[in-house]
Write a protein that binds this ligand. Sequence first.
Ligand code: NAD
Length: 487
Amino acid sequence: MQIFQQYIGGQFEDATEHFDSLDPATGTAWAKMPAATPQDVDRAVTAAEQAFFSSEWATMTATARGKLLLRLADLIAEAAPRLAELETRDTGKIIRETSAQIAYVAEYYRYYAGLADKIEGAHLPIDKPDMEVWLRREPIGVVAAIVPWNSQLFLSAVKIGPALAAGCTVVLKASEAGPAPMLEFARLFDQAGFPAGVLNVLTGGADTGAALTSHPKVAHVAFTGGPDTARHIVRNTADNLASSSLELGGKSPFIVFDDADLESAVNAQISGVFAATGQSCVSGSRLVVHAAIKDAFLERLTEKAEKIAIGAPDDMATEVGPLCTRAQQDRAEQLVAQTVAEGARLITGGTPLERDGFFFPPTILDCDGVDQATSLREEFFGPVLSVVSFETEAEAIAIANDTAFGLASGLFTRDLTRAHRMIRAIRAGIVWVNTYRAVSPIAPFGGHGLSGHGREGGIEAALDYTKVKSVWLRTSDAPIPDPFVMR
Ligand code: NAD
């Protein structure tokens, strides 16, 4: 079995403890991953702190940091096929998705490479004649970045890119499910020529994450994962008062009005909920459809859902692969059964496929008439769509906002004025109109409520990794009078 190494202080090293990584397509172990101990975490954070304060990184110009990030982007683009294969092997994410996504990951590093020397301070028109006052934007310090299994290269790029552009250093903890691509990424990072300790890559589970987020030298935690873990993390950061940015889950509404282009809406809904086998935080997992078109919409949707090619993740013809873990498969099955017991109608799917690996088919549940249906509230993180219909625009808004989450939303209508009213009314960090799942390094991404806070992508993300220093400079040569001498 292949044994992977962890990356601390610019060195690849064998860990003292390991855990098995399972191939989700077969359910069997294929590699051994380092299980970082609290001592490893401490060494990694110490290396990141030394790099932050006393390596050449500390005095490197922003332009030079940008050049290193550009070199890294080129290395990622070159290695994209290899990284894609590894991610597919270790997480079950299908090869057509990993290939496209990893090629685009390079663009995130390019964007932040370009931004590095555009993170500017400000000069203030202060209300005192003999003072110059300006603001310096300085890097916040050592960043702990924690990512879940789905799209680790992507979800770490939106943390590492802006953090390094701002001048921070990073300790990344990959997910215990499917960490191989992150350990391979560490090799590219090393090759790009960054000073030792600027990025450290550890793998492990909750204990490793807890040791990292409670470490007194960590200044900021950038986390993607579930709300329960986020609560643990916020508690862990409390002693040191470290800041955090939290990208959590969602139960995003996909709203279709009766004037929408049905074919486009159906296609967008199919990829909106079944892409990545539903393991996507922005999954459009609640279809909110106008009653007048519900039956026609569901008929087309079901026909397409049932034709989706389910298969081996490394086959380019596969459209839906396995879930990443058995726990995810069990959860999907249990939540579907619970919702059906509450009165929902199962239209298609609903039970694991009878084959090796963690396969679960595209599933559609009609929840009309079921009060407080479980599947309309709980995030599955699997290929399950829950449907509810509406009659009026006000009803559509009420249903869309009836969630503790607030990450993404989709809106399909040809009525421009209605679209504008809806955009204002929907409580979510992203509104996609007549499209779904579009992302770009240029656009901020993030949510409200249980979907977390802070933004990834765009300039906002880089500013999250800075702190502002106010500088006051007196311009008068006149001596400062002794304040205690009466005149
Ligand atoms: P998770 O919260 O269980 O785990 C995420 C990461 O946190 C893993 O690396 C895990 O090891 C680590 N972790 C677990 N316990 C910890 C602790 N006590 N302290 C520190 N770290 C700890 O999430 P998951 O189940 O791996 O991923 C699915 C979740 O991620 C879903 O809720 C999904 O919506 C969310 N997600 C959000 C986004 C987004 O951008 N908003 C993107 C992808 C996934």
